[in-house]
Design a protein around this ligand. Structure first.
Ligand code: AMP
Length: 428
């Protein structure tokens, strides 16, 4: 199938070909015609599937075909969970809309609002925003949502995980009820289905997993190790494999900082990206990683969520995530666009229960490997030391603890009991 057969205008086809895309991805093939027909959609798609173009291209087409309004009220709103994702969607909107007379703006927290307010004042057709800053500016009467006719909730599952449900509902109440709604989510938990029921109007279900990033197709390996050997093994893997670009996940911000320091001490260029870093530092780290000046980007789940890092060859789980779905999000960053990818997990004795949960979720056993000289001490028992309880959702807005954090006391360091399974959130 070609982009031409999707019914896109010449200006959009030109922009797409400028990006070097030769054919639409599965999610684009399915979603674009439906959105052009003005249907509401509920789409199951993770980062890496081409979902952004999947909603942006038809949105641009629809808006560009409408009569020009002099005051340019915001007509389309894209809500995202993180600033990074907002910035990326904004970049994509500008690229795909390069040959159209439409204006877009991005607003997110953590930075001074002045330049965002200035761009809103000059009139914006498409606004990309994180919920908090959007409400903040709305409360200051600096923007109006009364002209919205199209709403996109991007990575809706993560927005709920981060406690944005109340904000989302508030934002809904500020928009005209008659509008087109597009909800994108990597998982379909009960909470997402409830949100979809509330927001979407006779939605069409669109499902697409990235063709070459399904977990089965990624070269996954587990190294069982003593925790104290992880840094050395990581450095060895990087240097023996001559890896030039590797994304490493840690569970905590502190862990990310620590590991980054150790890598730098071993002359491996590295930068950390997490929620405590300023927006500027995060943008610079990502840029350095993309242009090759930074070899290792050490990230926490929240910070890395939605980052568009094309053709990433190596992902390392320095620590396994305690939420099995995050494993799939993490490794989904490798092997994009036909490139082969490798996802390696360094697993200490205290993380074996997490590994079991992950293997249950993805429905396969991940092959194990060893590094000579770093064979784990068989005397270290799996349950000898439990990792601390999750910290990732702390610090965000209250009201939506992650499902796997529920039913457990906050200080539970005892043997892990499997979190209640959410079979409906498994990826298909
Ligand atoms: P997304 O899932 O929207 O984050 O997109 C992931 C990556 O795929 C981005 O780097 C896009 O530029 C790229 N991309 C989107 N659509 C296509 C396409 N049809 N062909 C090739 N690459 C694409």
């Amino acid at each position: 199938m070609s982009f031409t057969s999707l019914g896109l205008s010449d200006a959009l086809l030109k922009a797409v070909s400028k990006q070097g895309y030769t054919q639409p991805s599965p999610i684009q093939q399915k979603a674009i015609p439906l959105i052009l027909e003005r249907k509401d959609i509920l789409a199951s798609a993770q980062t890496g599937t081409g979902k952004t173009a999947g909603f942006t291209l038809p949105m641009l087409q629809i808006l560009s075909q409408q009569p020009f309004l002099r005051n340019r009220p915001v007509r389309a709103l894209v809500l995202t969970p993180t600033r990074e994702l907002a910035a990326q969607v904004y970049e994509n909107v500008k690229e795909y809309g390069a040959f159209l007379d439409l204006k877009s703006a991005v607003i997110f927290g953590g930075v001074n609002q002045n330049s965002q307010v200035a761009s809103l004042r000059s009139g914006v057709d498409i606004l990309i925003a994180t919920p908090g800053r959007l409400l903040d500016l709305h409360n200051q009467n600096l923007l109006s949502l009364s002209g919205i006719q199209m709403l996109v909730l991007d990575e809706a599952d993560r927005m709920l995980d981060m406690g944005f449900l109340r904000d989302i509902k508030k934002i809904m109440s500020l928009m005209p009820p008659r509008r087109q709604n597009l909800l994108f989510s990597a998982t379909f938990s009960r909470e997402i289905k409830a949100l979809a029921n509330e927001i979407l109007n006779h939605p069409v279900l669109v499902e697409a997993t990235p063709e070459n990033t399904t977990v089965e197709k990624i070269n996954q390996k587990v190294y069982h190790l003593d925790k104290s050997h992880k840094t050395q093994v990581l450095i060895k893997l990087i240097s023996d494999g001559a890896w030039e670009q590797v994304l490493v996940f840690t569970r905590t911000k502190h862990g990310a900082n620590n590991l980054t320091k150790k890598l730098i001490n071993h002359q491996v260029s590295a930068l950390a990206i997490h929620g405590n870093k300023s927006q500027g530092a995060r943008t610079n780290a990502l840029q350095g990683f993309k242009d090759g000046t930074v070899r290792v980007l050490v990230a926490t789940d929240i910070a890395a969520r939605g980052l568009d890092i094309p053709l990433l060859p190596h992902v390392v789980n320095f620590e396994l995530p305690n939420i099995p779905e995050d494993y799939v999000h993490r490794i989904g960053r490798t092997g994009r666009a036909g490139a082969s990818g490798e996802a390696i997990s360094l697993v200490g004795a205290d993380e074996r229960a997490y590994l079991k949960d992950i293997e249950r979720l993805i429905g396969m056993q991940i092959p194990t490997a060893t590094v000579a000289d770093f064979v784990p001490d068989p005397n270290v028992q799996a349950d000898e030391e439990r990792p601390p309880r999750p910290t990732r959702y702390q610090g965000f807005k209250s009201g939506s603890a992650h499902p796997s954090n529920r039913n457990s006391s906050s200080n539970n360091r005892g043997p892990k009991r499997s979190a209640p399974k959410r079979p409906d959130s498994r990826r298909r």
